[in-house]
Design a binder for this molecule. Structure first.
Ligand SMILES: C[S@@+](CC[C@H](N)C(=O)[O-])C[C@H]1O[C@@H](n2cnc3c(N)ncnc32)[C@H](O)[C@@H]1O
Length: 249
């Protein structure tokens, strides 16, 4: 008989969080009491908050590698919409690496179901589900046509981000509402994001909470408030300044 009280027993690490579904194809996380994207139109919100907030597609129109980091891969909606826009606008010689940090990777079936509401990204959805592993773990690296590489770093971002070295040109901060998942918006996490941002690199997020703005500023970002998507009063975006602040003794 197994002794579950044994002090030497390894704690079980949950790698999948059950979902419920609203309106047939809209996933909801009971664990975080939140939706994965806005109920009006998550794809359009992605364009407004994450692409425009990061100055995209304009900033990737140069013949060089461009790196996007994301906190929270979820359904892969942001990746698929980014891939769609990349394909419409990339220039010769450019390549895209999209790296997303995800604690609870979804199954292939869940991703396919969640993305099926957008015919605009049908090609990208089909490509993603065709190569998504049955049991994602560690670093999942997938390649796509048009010089795109997706890496999903599985695990808690508090553990995986410190070990990540490569700097990003743009960050999508998408870790559920700050009130429901404060660890994703803590000064520790956002300092790590800042330190893994190239000088002149940017971030975008739908979050507008005061503590998030203050943590982003304390981490070193120049933070800008913009109008949010679909009637939301505000969103945040900003830049890691090109030169470090002057220190006056
Ligand atoms: C709002 S959803 C992301 C939506 C996603 N970007 C999309 O395109 O569908 C937030 C994601 O953050 C993940 N998450 C929450 N806490 C996390 C943590 N500590 N480390 C890594 N991922 C986490 C959740 O599992 C969830 O998939």
């Amino acid at each position: 008989m197994q002794d579950t009280e044994s002090p030497t027993a390894e704690p079980t690490v949950e790698t999948h969080a059950p979902l419920t579904w609203h309106a047939g194809d809209m996933p909801y996380s009971p664990a975080f009491s939140d939706h994965f994207y806005c109920r009006e139109d998550g794809r359009a919100e992605c364009g407004h908050v994450f692409l425009a907030g990061n100055g995209l597609p304009e900033r990737w129109q140069a013949p060089r590698p461009f790196a996007i980091g994301e906190l929270g891969f979820g359904t892969g909606l942001n990746f698929c919409e980014t891939l769609r826009q990349w394909r419409l606008t990339k220039v010769t010689g450019a390549s895209l690496s999209f790296t997303s940090f995800e604690r609870y990777p979804m199954t292939t079936e869940e991703i396919g179901r969640a993305l099926s509401r957008w015919p605009e990204i049908d090609r990208e959805r089909q490509e993603l589900v065709a190569c998504w592993p049955a049991t994602p773990s560690g670093h999942v690296t997938l390649t796509f046509a048009d010089d795109v590489t997706l890496t999903v770093v599985c695990g808690d971002v508090l553990e995986t981000l410190p070990a990540w070295q490569a700097p990003m040109d743009a960050w999508y901060l998408d870790g559920f509402a700050p009130s429901r998942n404060p660890a994703m918006w803590s000064i520790e996490t956002l300092t790590r994001v800042h330190d893994r941002t190239r000088r002149g690199g940017r971030f975008g997020t739908y979050a507008a909470a005061g503590f998030v703005r203050r943590n982003l500023q304390a981490a070193g970002f120049a933070v800008e408030r913009r109008k949010g998507y679909a009637g939301k009063r505000e969103m945040l975006c900003g830049e890691r300044p090109s030169s470090p602040p002057l220190v006056v003794d």
